[in-house]
Write a protein that binds this ligand. Structure first.
Ligand code: ADP
Length: 266
């Protein structure tokens, strides 16, 4: 639809702008961090606990800055990805196991039967942190508990509306695996839904949300030549669906299971 196209164009131009800034800023942070490290190791500083404290505070702040620019680079599709064949079924099962161990017990984690999924072509680590980002949002939307459900289904083509946005000439002929992550949480109003993928858009209180979670999801999916859709109903829940391209000449997926070892932020 035209509305979807405008939305995509707006995110595109925000992406170009933030990507340029994030890239230059990241270079500056590298210089700052390098100098702080030299400063920290100066013998004269060893006897000056106050100065050491100041250097330490500056180091932590610049590390935090580097995390933010990293997320902005992901949104603007300038992150370095290393795509390989990923077994989505295995990834979801290991992620679900990790979430069961980590999340509030009142949150049920369901993984639908995963059958006949072809391997997808994506950066395994980034795909996992993308799913984790979405799971953390789902957790935040279900403070009293609920169900977090993962499903994955093969699709020969993108659904019509997405095809119009991504591939108006109809040239892409590869298949996709649709990974749907749904929750039974608060859902989003129209206004929130409209802006959810924008960098720095958050409804969470300061210190709880950066507004960069869904924008990194968006950037990752786009950079992986996939797509993402968002369905949400206030009071009943949210479902994000990621369409990830299958690996064209489907080689056997890596035999190592993809570890889900990342710790959850508080
Ligand atoms: P953050 O989580 O830091 O706020 P995000 O970009 O991940 O940033 O999300 C942006 C906003 O979208 C959130 O502040 C929240 O209002 C809304 N949102 C995201 N995921 C969900 C969800 N599963 N249920 C309800 N609202 C959500």
């Amino acid at each position: 639809s035209e509305e979807a196209l405008n939305h995509a164009q707006r995110l595109e131009s925000v992406g170009q702008l933030t990507g340029g800034i994030a890239h230059d800023f990241n270079n500056l942070l590298t210089v700052i961090q390098g100098n702080l490290q030299v400063l920290e190791e100066l013998p004269t500083l060893a006897d000056d606990p106050h100065a050491l404290q100041l250097v330490d505070a500056a180091t932590r702040a610049s590390r935090r800055g580097a995390e933010l620019t990293g997320k902005l680079l992901a949104f603007s599709r300038r992150q370095v990805l290393q795509p390989s064949a990923v077994d989505v079924g295995q990834l979801l099962l290991s992620l679900a196991g990790m979430l069961r161990r980590t999340l509030d017990q009142r949150i049920q984690i369901a993984v639908e039967p995963l059958v006949d999924l072809p391997p997808v072509l994506a950066d395994p680590g980034q795909l996992e942190s993308t799913l984790l980002n979405i799971a953390i949002n789902a957790r935040d939307a279900m403070p009293e508990g609920g169900t977090l459900r993962f499903t994955a289904t093969p699709h020969a083509r993108l659904p019509g509306a997405l095809r119009a946005e991504l591939d108006p000439q109809g040239q892409a002929d590869g298949g996709f695996v649709a990974i749907a992550i749904s929750d039974t949480g608060s859902g989003m109003s129209e206004e929130v839904k409209e802006r959810a993928f924008e960098p720095f858009f958050t409804t969470k209180e300061a210190g709880r949300g950066t507004g960069l979670g869904l924008s990194t999801v968006y950037g990752f999916v786009k950079q992986s030549h996939g797509a993402v859709t968002l369905d949400s109903t206030p009071g009943s829940g949210t479902c994000l669906t990621l369409y990830i391209p299958t690996q064209a000449d489907a080689q056997a997926p890596a035999s190592e299971p993809v570890p889900a070892t990342q710790a959850l932020p508080p």
